[in-house]
Design a protein around this ligand. Sequence first.
Ligand code: PRX
Length: 658
Amino acid sequence: MIISFSTNTNFSRIKLHELSKRGLKEMDRITSYENYREAWNNSHENSQDYWRRIAETYQWSRPFDSISSGDFSDLEIKWFEGGQTNITTNCLDRHLKHSANKKALIWEPNSPDEESITLTYQELHAEVCRFSNVLKEHGIKKGDRVCFYMSMVPELLTGVLACARIGAIHSVVFGGFSAQALAGRIIDCEAVMVITNDEAYRGAKTIPLKEITDLALETCPSVKTVLVRERTGSSINYKEGRDHKLMPLLKAANSKCPPEAMNSEDPLFILYTSGSTGKPKGLLHTTAGYMIWAAETFKQVFQMQNDDLYWCTADIGWITGHSYITYGPLLNGQTTMMFEGTPTYPDAGRFWDIVDKYEVTHFYTAPTAIRALQACGPEHVRSKSLKSLKVLGSVGEPINDEAWQWYNKEVGKERCPIVDTWWQTETGGIMISSLAGVTESIPTYATLPLPGVKPLLVDSDANIQDSKSAEGNLCIASPWPGMARTIWGDHERYRQTYFSTYPGKYFTGDGAKRDEKGNYRITGRVDDVINVSGHRIGTAEVEDAINEHPAVVESAVVGYPHPIKGQGIYAFIISSAQDEEIMAKELNSLITKIIGPIAKPDKVQIAAALPKTRSGKIMRRILRKIAAGEIDTLGDISTLLNPEAVDQIIKQTASIKE
Ligand code: PRX
């Protein structure tokens, strides 16, 4: 059935027209389940019209000629072609007329004793322009890649926006990655500038970001300039001619900078993420489609009112921080918060202190943080008011029932809808989620696809599971505006990774279940990717690092259920070494050096042999079961090349410590 806008009173042509007349130029929100259904149907039956109408509510320096072209076979996907815009005009300039003095950014430092920083839209605009001018003064121009390796200081957000303003491509690398991992990313995208801190505060610790950057840059000839945002004031090396202190440059810079006119498909950013094979992939997001997706998904999922205060606890080093600390909230003219510290510093009540201090209304975090805080005991949360909260969000990994219930009861006091938002670096923004207070929140279910998203469940033979309730591998049927357009420098890898398993469909790498009412429950990765504390880690990457140890002959890394992290990393190794504890320590420092501390294995087991098929392939499925303690459901192992290896490994597992 085709439902046109004109038949729908909540989401209607008339209403949009009236809003435009009043100068608000904002598309209406979805306000009821029926309304959601109509919008969803419309987005598919009338896709071009649906997106045109939404896109027209943003500012374009040149109107677009067409809505979308390309499909999952040609992979030449384009949205809003012919149009020119700048995402920062829509994040900043657009709000100056009516909301110049509205708070745009609140920054809360690592230590509660330090002053916070608040910037209005006017001030944020000026800061971004200053930063843009500093970039230009250092030779950065449209299309150049600028790498950020910073902690959560305000200049990470203003710097990213400054790149977008002048058309440079930002690539943010999470501050927990090692020098080698940072170098790999810089080399891959041939960044010409790195922006970093002297050191980062992280709870009670400091992290020597500049020192790590210096080490990385020994192998990165493309980098000509390093800007250093001093944070801890520690004494660091400045390389003559290459390194500059950022803050004095910003202070001296002009606070006006015209936005670069960007074509809709001009690159906006590259963000690296791990997959099941090879080195991390640089996903490329482009200007207009990403902008519309970040803005629209934020608006519909979080359902914020004008005076609400939104806080997403992610780091800008991940996609969540791009779409839902930076772009989504600012595109919607909301106030966004940025937190430098950790949930447990100085104690496990820090998140809740911040919520009370600023009267946060919308709080968005990861299940791993919820579980970690739950484990610290209820007193930290029960001693706080939390009465300002209206909406809670979850992202990054499946949320287990216990964590969901705790979040709902102890944090939301059973009166805040929880939006469990499923999406990926590749998708640019939320794909499956309830809409806060509009559609139902169901424990452990991400629930419903957003307008524009058509999920499919397929079995391993590529058969689409048509029945209402079903289970399978999660694919998406057709392009959406916010999807990554390619892997930087390797379009063929993009095709292979996402579109070759099920030709004509985007394969997410996740498994999912669907209930009778069409609600989706994400069950986790079905490929060789582990989700550790909401961070995506490729098992192949960890194995490659482990195999660099001279005493390691072979290794197999699998995920296993972990009470706090969601999944832990279990490394089975074949080694000439005897002492597992010493080996675990050595592998930890090796992995910290090659990837970063987030990829350290929780358990290391030296095995006599790894179970293999007759063709010599390691049977990871069996190792996963053993690591999870599910030894009663191993299935038939008699066809293995070496079934005795399984018994040996099982006998040893009991003694393996974390
Ligand atoms: O497995 C899914 C899991 O995180 C993966 C994407 O990771 P990344 O690209 O780092 O992006 C994380 C932030 C969006 C997915 O393939 N994931 C993310 N959100 C959820 C989730 N799994 C279950 N439920 C979610 N809400």
